[in-house]
Ligand binder design. Sequence first.
Ligand SMILES: Cc1cc2nc3c(=O)[nH]c(=O)nc-3n(C[C@H](O)[C@H](O)[C@H](O)COP(=O)(O)OP(=O)(O)OC[C@H]3O[C@@H](n4cnc5c(N)ncnc54)[C@H](O)[C@@H]3O)c2cc1C
Length: 484
Amino acid sequence: MARTGQQYIEALRHNPPNLWYKGEKVEDPAAHPVFKGIVHSLAALYDMQHDPKHRDTLTYEEGGERYAMSLLPARSKADLSRRSAAYKLWADANLGMMGRCPDYLNAVLMAYEQSADFFGEFADNVRNYVRHVRENDLSTTHCLTNPQVNRAKSVTEQPDPYIPVGVVKQTAEGIVVRGARMLSTLPTADELLVFPSTLLKEGPGADKYAVAFAIPTNTPGLHFISRESMAVGESSYDHPLSSRLEEMDCLTVFDDVFVPWERIFILGDLQRCNNAYAETGALMHMAHQVVVLKNAKTEAFLGLVSLIGETIGADAFPHVQEKIAELIVYLEAMKGFWTRAEAEARPNKYGLYCPDRAALDGARNLYPRLYPRINEIVQQVSASGLITLPGEADFEGPVGPYLEKYLQSATLPARERVQLFRLAWDMTTSAFGARQTLYERFFFGDPVRMYQTLFSVYDKEPYKARIRAFLGWSEQPKEAVAGD
Ligand SMILES: Cc1cc2nc3c(=O)[nH]c(=O)nc-3n(C[C@H](O)[C@H](O)[C@H](O)COP(=O)(O)OP(=O)(O)OC[C@H]3O[C@@H](n4cnc5c(N)ncnc54)[C@H](O)[C@@H]3O)c2cc1C
């Protein structure tokens, strides 16, 4: 059932993740100076589910109870629209800056549940697990990639067989796994999904690494080792994003972690691991949430740059107008991907409605390339306004009157003008902003291999045929030439 923010925080207090920060265990993330910002932001999203204004968008009713909309089974195009309206509402609440909004992985879980037969003998484990997540409205994070030790070698050729996560042994009760995964964002989730990567397809001999399962983030032997925080203060005036949305990223270590049978979804089956995302529709549903989130983010950038241009009078200049128009073009392209993905949705072989993959592939491959340019536009239009940023305390102190005078703008008093530019700083240029750029480049996978995948899955044949026809060529394939 849709839970409240307080219920999420209580659950976290009772079962805190095995989380490490600067050599110390984080006992209560909701009270910890580094983690409390994101915990309370996530709690606010859960609270929105109970706001009468948003309840019907963010939740659906079944059997007299309300559940998170992102777990609504997609059985029609109308269901997809309901799902994306919920994605958008949550995304807008944080200007599209929260990558591990719970709806992201809920989209994957819903697809797995509806295509559960794909998992063969583990199908009921998948169904039961997703039911558990739905009933308790859990948040999840995930980890896909192996530690970056030697990318030139396969998973079986690393210096230690248990650098990547592998199965050490099977018992009557379950399996024991050892190793690490490179990265989990949002360690303050309730659950960790350990799935195969969409891109890191493995070959023969890698069976012990072919495993998918889900465990609570406080499972014994599991450790989230966090990077340093990029939030440098708690004031939401001074640090509008990093004070609230520092999700944190962690190396994830499995020190002989026990996984009970009922939590296992794939075991020793390379083919299933390699095909899980695409065949179940999880890939399309994940990308559906992403295209909506990126629409929200692009809208936020357009609003930001428009206000900045207006407030310092820069939008009087044609080249600034051109840059803002460039952002409009990007936004309209992203909207186009989103609406086309829903308009051309089709059921997969399990009856799950999936948004169109080609449209989503376009969006998820283009955005990592657009995002650095979007940042650049903010910097080009903002110029030194992006760095002349005294803080809240300066306005209160003896130099306050100088700031009021010299940092006013054409349309705003100084405090609001500085607040706006502080947001621009945090969106693009602060450590938090720089991490957002890295995130956009990589979170869906290595962009190079994503393009390679697109090259191999995209049906180019109709377009080749048109050129052949235009040139008047025969449709017959070339006869083999002696010596070929
Ligand atoms: C901020 C951030 C948050 C993230 N959050 C999560 C998360 O929550 N969960 C999660 O699972 N992952 C997360 N990721 C990880 C993300 O999935 C990976 O960054 C992405 O899949 C690329 O893998 P990698 O970082 O290991 O890069 P690598 O694979 O190590 O690539 C490094 C370089 O080598 C090249 N390269 C490596 N192997 C090959 C190859 N076989 N062929 C061609 N080129 C190659 C790449 O193109 C790249 O230039 C996050 C990443 C970032 C940056």
